[in-house]
Design a protein around this ligand. Structure first.
Ligand code: HAM
Length: 415
């Protein structure tokens, strides 16, 4: 490799400053998940391709164009996870989780892979925190999921977040509606590009999600699913709206919100953030009452969401990033003395103090510069005089105040 090696197109390296922010995001999310009774689940990074083809839907962009699919050495078709819901539903089926207490409430943080055109906020590998509740059709569980994601954004201080709410109806609503939509699309077929016509045959609802202007123009005049909800779907929706109102969560109704995955039924939602530009979706989800069954499990309703960690990070840009928060920087000038001091540092770390030492041959000045750069609150200096006396100089990095303490008392002094 002659030129400087780069991360593959559409992927990125995360360096420690951003890494700390991401850990904080995961930590805030984890606390919210645990507070709502969700337990962690880990599924493999790749699945049998079938899981996504059947789960996410053959008509979606994800399955049609964006999957990283490969054959393994035995010729089995595998796919790197493009999203987290189908794998969790597959794990629910594989592990017979319907026999457990329901709903099974599961959360995850995991990398997702989609071959998309890269741009700011859109990557070929991204990471999501997500949650899935399987085994209850209670509309208030939809409300709880939305409120949970809302509380994560609030806990992180994400500015400018808005909630859009759509509805995909149930099977009873969708059958007759599909016919009406297809009839409308057939009347306007001449204005649709070939790709849209192909998708129309697979799932006409997908055209609401089209990015090209010609299709978007046709869809502006299309009948809306919201006007065709069955009694059961209308009642579900009314309970979701009432629940959101009771919790004081603002939302905008978006009758054309279909989202990029085919498994949704009833409630669908998307949080947008006005700091994100073109890729404004910061998180989204909805109900998917047929997914588990389509993967070979017993009929099991479900609801959940996923939120992109990179997008949350972008939305928080300029906000106070968590500092390295070093409690103590230990500068030992004489290298031969370092092994002995390392035992003391280990003791401090054992007491929960975040400690770093000065490494290599560097002057006291350079070590103090590094201590400041790392944000250390205290520096412990062991120069020739201290080494001779068995002491250490403890410096308050904010005030510059110094005191000399016996090395044996260091842990006591600093904890
Ligand atoms: P999704 O809307 O495809 O839904 O993705 C969820 C979130 O992941 C998006 O709102 C966005 O923040 C982030 N995201 C998606 N694609 C990219 C990308 N290429 N680069 C950066 N961030 C991205 C799902 O994946 C569903 N599994 C969510 C769900 C869970 N529905 C029910 N349960």
């Amino acid at each position: 490799m002659s030129s400087k090696p780069q991360a593959p197109r559409g992927t990125r390296d995360v360096l420690p400053e951003e890494g700390r922010l991401r850990l904080r995001i995961v930590d805030v999310a984890r606390q919210a998940f645990e507070a709502h009774g969700y337990g962690p689940i880990v599924t493999p990074t790749f699945e049998d391709t079938e899981v996504f083809a059947r789960g996410v839907g053959e008509a979606t962009d994800i399955v049609r164009k964006e999957m990283y699919t490969f054959d393994d050495a035995s010729g089995r078709s595998l796919t790197l996870r493009p999203e987290g819901t189908a794998p969790v539903a597959r794990a629910f089926v594989s592990n017979g989780m319907h026999k457990r207490s329901l709903p099974a409430k599961l959360w995850y943080v995991a990398p997702m892979f989609r071959y998309e055109a890269p741009q700011s906020g859109r990557y070929r590998e991204h990471h999501q925190v997500g949650a899935e509740a399987l085994g209850s059709d209670d509309p208030l569980l939809d409300v709880e999921a939305i409120a949970l994601l809302d509380s994560i954004y609030a806990g992180l201080g994400v500015p400018g977040v808005r909630l859009r709410l759509g509805d995909m109806g149930d099977a009873e609503s969708r059958g007759p509606y599909r016919e009406e939509l297809l009839a409308y699309l057939s009347r306007n077929e001449g204005d649709l590009p070939p790709d849209a016509r192909e998708r129309m045959a697979l799932n006409p609802l997908r055209l609401f999600d089209a990015k090209d202007e010609a299709t978007a123009e046709v869809m502006r005049g299309a009948p809306a699913l919201l006007d065709h909800l069955s009694d059961a779907a209308s009642s579900h929706r009314a309970q979701v709206l009432a629940g959101l109102e009771a919790l004081g969560i603002d939302y905008e109704v978006d009758p054309t919100l279909v989202r990029g995955l085919d498994y949704y039924t009833n409630t669908v939602f998307e949080f947008t953030c006005d700091r994100l530009g073109a890729q404004s979706g910061i998180g989204g989800g909805g109900r998917y009452d047929g997914l588990v069954e389509s993967l070979g499990g017993p009929p099991t309703p479900g609801v959940g969401f996923g939120s992109g960690i990179e997008r949350i990070t972008l939305a928080l840009e300029g906000a106070d990033a968590p500092g390295p928060d070093l409690d103590c920087y230990v500068a030992v000038l004489d290298r031969d003395r370092r092994p002995g001091v390392m035992a003391r540092v280990a003791e401090l770390r054992g007491r929960g103090l975040r400690c770093e030492m000065g490494w290599g041959d560097r002057s006291l000045k350079s070590m103090m510069r590094q201590a400041s750069a790392l944000g250390a609150r205290t520096a412990v200096i062991i120069g020739p005089r201290e080494a001779e006396d068995g002491t250490a100089t403890v410096r308050d990095m904010d005030t510059g105040d110094q005191r000399v303490v016996p090395l044996d008392d260091l842990t006591k002094e600093l904890t």
